[in-house]
Design a protein around this ligand. Structure first.
Ligand code: SAH
Length: 472
């Protein structure tokens, strides 16, 4: 299979590996993991997709205007302007078609995209989520203002073209602060959520709750996580960063009890409903920061045999890891979407009495550089384990430079502030913050050559990213 022949490749920047054949992408990821994690244990061969196209069940498009025409697509990787995209090789094709149709409907209903310079206009983004198993579709129209001219007619026009749409939601986001969705949502049609089936269980997905974007690979990932956990029916299981409760609910029939912890209130609400619709009674969910929850659990000497953790890209916090070690579960199953932070967290856990037993990568994001990994750790018994009392901060600082790649910092800044930043700017901020840069990276070619200096707004955004990745 050769690389993706995508016309938007350079401008979009979303599929960093698409110039490689799929086989080479898989080897690239395998090698990356061996470099980062190979010292801990053998890394099983990455599980790829048979058909690595159109796998994304969640599609989002930004709306704008160019030369009087409405455009929709993704933000260009090097500027804030929109790259007009009609169809994408990794996205669900129906979702892409719906977005094109909405663009045409806007024109016929004389509705305009929101323009951040003039402060005028209506539509900012469209988000489409599609269930893999039930084929239900949710359309979220993210608007800058609440008033929706010809709302009913617009929704009916959309539904008449796509009867498979089961719900339409208007989300109002008056002030874009880096997050696509605002606080307030209004259901315009249907239930305001869709349902999907994973590993034989039904899950409610609402607009704001996290749900894995590649359902076929998610089943493989979850099955691996549970296989690693080797459940006997007697265990107490803690599912940290549980989202809508997926992993814990799927595991619930094979354990004594489950506790799920999640920060996002919408996801927790969905998790509670998900437990109910699947008749799961041995599960409880807590809306909390996972680190805070673990500190409390450790203080209260709670007992969990197995902890499954699936943190966001930043990995787990120091509080979380310290308390996890205090709780001392027999097994930890770590599901990670960022091998860099996984390596950092494994470095801590293996110094504190755990051994990495298995590592299984699953390709959840073909054509992109992102790598998902599931990792099993077991507690060493006291004889095997000689505690080395190294403080986390000590470990962190020495490896600060390795924690996040330039691309990861750029992605974070773009996602959270909407700003594009160059490697040069990142290097300048790193220097300011005392993180040593590689020799010559940042030097001008001649002594008096003028380099552009990182503007304050970008500096602030880069510092936030460095903080997020635990680098400062
Ligand atoms: N295991 C779930 C979700 C994984 S994504 C699944 O497979 O669907 C990571 C989740 O961590 C998200 O739902 C996010 O809202 C949650 N999260 C992020 N920071 C958190 C924190 N500090 N404490 C608890 N949950 C957090």
């Amino acid at each position: 299979m050769s690389g993706l022949n995508c016309p938007y490749r350079k401008k979009c920047g979303g599929c960093q590996l698409s110039n490689l054949s799929y086989e080479r992408q898989l080897s690239f990821k395998q090698v990356k993991l061996i470099k980062l994690l190979g010292k801990y244990c053998h890394i099983s061969e990455i599980i790829g997709m048979k058909n690595p196209y159109h796998y994304r069940n969640k599609v989002q498009a930004a709306f704008g205007e160019r030369k009087g025409e409405i455009i929709s697509g993704v933000y260009q990787s090097s500027t804030k302007s929109i790259v007009a995209v009609d169809s994408c090789m990794i996205e669900d094709p129906t979702a892409d078609e719906i977005i094109v149709t909405i663009r045409k409907l806007l024109k016929s209903f004389k509705l305009r995209p929101f323009n951040s310079t003039t402060g005028k206009g209506f539509l900012r983004h469209v988000l489409v989520k599609r269930s893999f198993a039930t084929k239900q579709i949710m359309v979220v129209l993210v608007t800058a203002v609440r008033e929706f001219k010809s709302e009913t007619k617009f929704v009916n026009a959309l539904l008449s073209r796509y009867p498979e749409i089961t719900t339409v939601v208007q989300n109002i986001n008056p002030e874009y602060n880096g997050l696509m969705l605002g606080e307030e949502s209004k259901i315009l049609y249907g239930d305001g959520y869709i349902e999907d089936i994973l590993c034989g269980f039904k899950f409610r997905i609402s607009p704001k709750a996290f749900y894995q974007v590649n359902p076929q690979q998610t089943e493989i990932l979850y099955n691996k996580a549970l296989e690693f956990a080797e459940l006997s029916g007697k265990e107490t299981l803690l599912d940290c960063y549980c989202g809508t409760g997926t992993i814990g609910i799927i595991a619930s029939k094979k354990v004594k009890s489950v506790v799920g912890v999640e920060l996002n209130s919408d996801a927790v609400r969905d998790a509670l409903v998900n437990a109910k619709i699947n008749d799961v009674e041995n599960i409880a969910f807590y809306e909390a920061d996972a680190g805070d929850f673990m500190v409390d659990a450790a203080q209260n000497k709670e007992n969990y045999d197995i902890v499954i953790m699936d943190p966001p890209r930043a990995g787990a916090s120091k509080d979380f890891l310290r308390s996890l070690v205090t709780l001392s579960p027999q097994k930890i199953v770590y599901v990670s979407c960022n091998p860099v932070t996984l390596a950092r967290d494994l470095s801590f856990l293996t110094r504190k009495g755990y051994k990495v037993k298995k590592i299984q990568p699953v390709d959840m994001f073909p054509h992109t550089e992102h790598v998902e990994t599931v990792c099993l750790l077991s507690k060493l018994n006291a004889k095997q384990h000689i505690e080395i009392n190294l403080d986390m901060d000590e470990l962190d600082l020495t490896d600060a430079e390795k924690k996040a790649t330039y691309q990861e910092i750029k992605d974070y800044v773009l996602e959270h502030s909407g700003l594009k930043v160059s490697s040069l700017y990142i290097a300048q901020v790193k220097q300011k913050c005392g993180i040593i840069e590689r020799e010559n990276y940042n030097k001008p070619k001649s002594e008096d050559a003028k380099q552009p200096q990182c503007p304050p707004d970008k500096e602030k955004a880069i510092k936030e990213a460095l903080k997020y990745f635990g680098m400062i």
